[in-house]
Design a binder for this molecule. Sequence first.
Ligand code: ADP
Ligand code: MG
Length: 697
Amino acid sequence: MSTVTDIFGSMVFDDSVMEARLPKETYKALQNTIKNGKQLDSGVANVVANAMKDWAVENGATHFTHWFQPMTGITAEKHDSFISPKDNGKVIMEFSGKNLIQGEPDASSFPSGGLRATFEARGYTAWDATSYAFIKDGVLCIPTVFCSYGGEALDQKTALLRSMEAINRQALRVLRLFGNTDVKSVKTTVGPEQEYFLIDKDLYDKRKDLIYTGRTLFGARAPKGQELDDHYFGVIKSRVAAFMKELNDELWKLGILAKTEHNEVAPSQHELAPVFSTTNIAADHNQLTMELMQKIAKKHNMVCLLHEKPFAGVNGSGKHNNWSISTDTGANLLEPGDTPYENAQFLLFLCAVIKAVDEYQDLLRISVATAGNDHRLGANEAPPAIVSMFVGTELEEILEAIEQDTPYGSKERETLKIGVSTLPKFSRDATDRNRTSPFAFTGNKFEFRMLGSASSISCANVVLNTSVAEELKGFADRLEKAADFEKELHDVIQETIRDHKRIIFNGDGYDESWVKESAKRGLLNLKTTPDALKHLLDEKNVKLFGDHKVFSLTELEARHEVFLENYCKVINIEALTMLDMARKDIMPAMSAYTKTLSESALKKTELCSEIDCTYERENVKDISLMLNAMYKQVKKLELDLLTSKSIRSSEELADYYKDTIIADMAELRVSADEMETIASGEMWPYPSYGELLFGVR
Ligand code: ADP
Ligand code: MG
């Protein structure tokens, strides 16, 4: 039997494979591309491509694909086989440098927000050499960016790579100011914790809402939910354990560092966390993880639900984006150091994050805004929609002491002098686990907890990287010019704390009082996706992305359009699915049920006129009332959907879906759920919440 160390990375064209299979010069040139972004010349590319193909074929691959991440949030691939015909009627396996470096998918059907008129629909894909190629299902997958012919980003990866360059540039400037000359590059790192549900496939197949929308649109609460907390960290059922084992094996083969797995709070909810890696790799790996979760669940006759809110009344799923900044020399810049100088540097990076989160609250909220995630944020189970930061009492006291120039620490009671005083080491446990905070410092990294479970992590990290790059830039601009570095450093840190401490909140984010307090502090409370998206094109945001070359105005406008369109489409599909379920299944079933009851009452009376038929009569009455109410709501939803067709602007349309359609859907659900509660289980057309949530045994 092969061990984990044997299989780990066995399907990845990683550094060790490159070194073993490439001529020394080619290997060096490729390393130069990977590490320093040097362009690969076509001769070298041909050698690399050939070695890659040989390795892939030896490992069972027959096809290759440029693997990319369009703005649909999932990955895309179009397979081409390696075969090339020979004169003698045979074929050889071929793969050229050109095929490796660039591809031209006919991609007219991907969302582009108007960037690509269909007559010039061919975008192109270009190899991202910083992420290793891998084999999946007999296909050599080459991670690529996806752009229009004009060079505009049409995907998630391009902006992420650009934002990593931005923070690298600015962080290096800051490090140089602290006399650090050996660091050559700075990268952000991410460990995304992924939540998901597993439900039985036979039950799933009976629910149109799950099939079409990924979540239940109807469903009365089961007698039992998550109130006993008996699922969280509970014993993993053998069917789930078998799934997790196979998932781990497949992830490990792809070099994905799957590490922690456990049951989550809601029944049938689980989590997987990898060891952190460089952000763009973490983003690629998270996409692959989501894909494999879904694929492997099917093999175990289960379905993996990645939707943010598959079930009402129990927790939804998110993704915790653990984020930090580290150097190629192995230092974590968000970890307090051992010397006063390292501490000062830590405080400056910390201040950059504080300032960024405060100034770009809107963008952070936008980066996690989807129709699905709107059900979670602010629902007392996930962080509130108000962005704030948790730093823990220890660090907050330090920041306060710096701001006020007051003594800190119980022993010495000295004034903290930046660059002179040593900071205490924060124990990881002292950084209390405030689960209600959207953005928490956890000792040596930040945990951004607002991400939805189904989305790519790219968007959130683009905003984090770029906004922190911007603050580092501002700091570097000031410090580079300063006559007295230490004094200026002190002032920068002090001013930042003073001006941005409003974003720091260590209390309970679920508490009603926080909503009021945060409003007093002037913090934003962008409850829904359309509310949040209204800020995307604000001048300061356009400037931020423009200055750091992450998004041009055109690209940003295109994204704005794609996000709005996606929101409207998702809700439209949900509304249509509800109508379909109501008209085709629920109402006929309930009408039939009243018929059964009426017939039963008639039969009983026929048998003996004295028999009391209260049960049948009352139920027929109640259900008929609810059925009529439901029918009225169906008609209203249909009418309102019709009205939506006349709305031309996407912004107005999104508001209309948010205010009118979602309200209609909620009302429609109430009458159906009421009926489900009292109707016969046998006649209800769908598996119940109880069956779905407790169905995997
Ligand atoms: P938790 O108790 O929240 O699960 P862990 O220490 O287990 O905390 O970390 C959760 C995630 O954070 C893991 O994916 C881990 O790899 C990641 N992580 C740890 N250090 C860093 C770092 N420096 N940068 C990014 N992510 C990190
Ligand atoms: Mg965590």
